[in-house]
Structures are given as C-alpha cells and as structure tokens.
Design a binder for this molecule. Sequence first.
Ligand SMILES: Cc1cc2nc3c(=O)[nH]c(=O)nc-3n(C[C@H](O)[C@H](O)[C@H](O)COP(=O)(O)OP(=O)(O)OC[C@H]3O[C@@H](n4cnc5c(N)ncnc54)[C@H](O)[C@@H]3O)c2cc1C
Length: 408
Amino acid sequence: MTFDTDIVIVGGGLNGPALALALGDAGFDVTVIDALPSGTRGEDAFDGRGYALALASQRLLKAIGVWDAVAPNATPLLEIKISDGKPGQGPGPFVLEFDHAEIDEGPMGYMVEDRFLSRAFLDAVTAHPKVTLIDKTSVTDQEIGPASVTVSLSDGRRITAGLLVGCDGRRSGTAERAGIGRSGHDYGQTALVCAIAHEKPHHGTAHQFFMPAGPLAILPLPGNQCSIVWTETHDEAARIQALDDEGYLEHLRPRFGDFLGNISLAGKRFTYPLNLTVANAFCSDRLALVGDAAHGMHPIAGQGLNAGLKDVGALAEVLTLAKRRGEDFGRVDVLERYQQWRRFDVTQMVLATEATNTLFSNDNPFLRVARDVGLGVVNAFPALRRGFIREAAGLTGDVPKLLQGRQI
Ligand SMILES: Cc1cc2nc3c(=O)[nH]c(=O)nc-3n(C[C@H](O)[C@H](O)[C@H](O)COP(=O)(O)OP(=O)(O)OC[C@H]3O[C@@H](n4cnc5c(N)ncnc54)[C@H](O)[C@@H]3O)c2cc1C
C-alpha cells in the first residue's frame, strides 16, 4: 500500500515536532499539521515561560539534534529546595534539599524558555529532509480504514498515511473523533505564570513552596531572573491577575520571601486553569496519542512535557523496531506495545501528582505536621534523597533509548 506520507502528526506544539524528528531520523516520511502559523512560535520577546526539563529529556533533545540550539540559553538545575510555607511566614522549618552533586550524571535537568525550545524545534523540523510541516491548517476529520488512515484538512486537502498520531494537546480532537473518552477533573486551581527579576543570584536552585492554596514554583532562568508558576484558587487567581503590576507584586512578595533580595516583574503575565485529563486509551487501530493529548496533568512536579517526551521516545522506539522487522507499524497490536510501555508509568505519575496536590494544597494542621515530618524524614536519609533525585532527573524505570541519549 502506498501512502502520501508514512505518518501524520496532528499538532506542532512541542511533542509533535520531537516525535517527527525522531521518526524522520528512523527513515519514516512524516507530515506535521498545526492550526497555528509557525511564525508565531519562538517569537524573540522574553516572556518568562519555560519548562523544567529533566536530564533524560535533555538527552532526548540531544539525540534528535535539537539540544545544541537550546543549550546556550539553558540554565542547569543544580539544586531543588522544597518546603512548606504560608504567605508572610516564609518557608517552614523542614526543607527538603536535592543537590545534583549526590548523583554522578550531572545537573538534574535544565530550565529552558519556551521561545528557545519552540524556535529550535521549528528550525529542525523545517530543515529535516523526511519531515513536512503544514501550518495554519486544521485537521477537521479522520477516517480509519483497514490498511490506512485519511485525514481531511481545513483547506480541503486529504492526506493518507499508515498511522495518525494525535499530539494535539489536552482537548485532543484526534482522540475525540476516534471515540476515545477521557477521565479527569478540574483542580479548582489556576496557575499564574510570570518572569521575575531579582537582586541576588539564584545559583541554579529551583524552589517549590507549598502554600495552602497550592504550590509556588520559582525556577531559575539566565542571569538574575526566574520563572514563576504560582497556583491559587480560580477566583483568587482571577482577582490577582486583574490587578496592576504593583498590586500583583504585593500579593507575590509575602509568598516569595526576600531570599533573592528585591523582586520586580520582568515580562508578561499568563494564567492557566488547571485540570487533569487522561485519555482512556493511548492507541487504537492506526492511531496513537502522545503528550498532553494522552495525559494532561498538574504542573506541581513540572513533569508534563517530560512525560510527553518519554511517550515520544517510547513510540519512536516501538515504531522503528516494527519497521525494521517488516511489520505494519499502524496495526493496533504494534501500537499496544507503546500503550503498555507508557500507561503504567503515566498512571503512577498521575497518582503521585494527585496525592502531592491533595496533601500539600491545604491548611489542615494534622496534614501539615504529617508532610513536614515526611519532608524531614526524606531529607535525613541520603539513599532516599538520591532515589528522588534520580526520579526527578527521569533516570528510573524502563527508560526509552533516546532518553538515555542512545540512538534506536
Ligand atoms: C503552568 C504550566 C507550567 C508547566 N511547566 C512545565 C515544566 O516545568 N516542565 C514540564 O515538563 N512541563 C510543564 N508543563 C506542561 C507542558 O507545558 C505541556 O505538557 C506541553 O506543553 C504539552 O505539549 P504538547 O505538544 O503535547 O501539546 P500542546 O503544546 O498543547 O500542542 C498542541 C498543538 O496541537 C495543535 N492542534 C490542536 N488541534 C489541532 C487540529 N485539529 N489541527 C491542527 N493542529 C491542532 C495546536 O495548535 C497546538 O500547537 C507546564 C504546563 C503548565 C500549564
């Protein structure tokens, strides 16, 4: 059977281009389709939006040839400090500290700004001889046949392929059109995201303060700047976002504390309503879901994109090995190998995220004692600490080859 392209990927956000590059390197002809104009990605203005990329994700970026373009602007994550806190009172007495020096592999990960990562992906996809990018075009329909899939585009074109991959985000139309339902709930929380400039150096340390309404993450960027992910209830977040910059900072300062000296806003302010949404299946015949299309989770552990890039590594490995064996890579029994590989890991991550958010995002005095003791216990045992560091770096479990920095 001949197709227009081997694999159609719906979604040119972050996981879509990563998968396209990995599959293109393996010899597949890949077409990526995105509704947005590609020129709007990686605009040069600094806006402070960034991702805490685990070491394993950095290795995947290196393996697919994107890291060198990102590296000059990436900030190594050398230390992570986690503590309980209350606005105005600063961090509690029990602080959990993870230092990269406790493992041999180097930094636990890197903070990468969205503008540099998006630009690097766009440039690499555009230059790749096996990848075609169609932007400003939506996928409006899909027909799954016994030996091929056909997608209809908003400009009237139809494209046939052996496999359709949905990298189309939390409200995946690819999943919906295939009749794959979703499970999840609204957290009742919104993340306020912005960039902050501060007086003192951050020394590559990321902080997570657990406040009664939700966590406040302070993530290091180049120079004396950091990216903030600050969680509040929907109503409170809307109220804070509506304030002018000084009013906004008046709310942030008592939560942030003064350990980095005086703080000021360094860019635009964004809000993201938070919900959990997990697809009830990660594949069906001639179709697979990757990244947020498969699992959108709470940013409390900064693992959303890292989990997506693990999907990318796993699916690329399954499809490449199937192709080498001469198997029909779009068949559901091949795709189920991917689902089996990722499902358990994602379920574990979702459960851990749910438990952490429930345990830490409230002011119950009994839970407060329990979590402070928990932080203290983990901090007291180097072996436990090392386990958490390796987990945060993405080095545990059945790690796909690309995330080990190896070719498939
Ligand atoms: C506040 C916040 C902080 C976060 N921080 C971190 C962090 O520190 N570390 C981390 O690992 N993760 C983090 N995440 C998670 C991370 O942002 C997401 O996991 C990641 O962006 C998902 O990428 P994606 O490519 O799967 O989906 P998306 O980025 O949502 O891309 C989907 C793409 O599909 C396109 N599309 C949709 N439908 C169609 C269609 N019908 N036709 C054509 N195109 C279509 C859209 O235009 C879009 O470009 C954070 C998330 C939030 C909300």
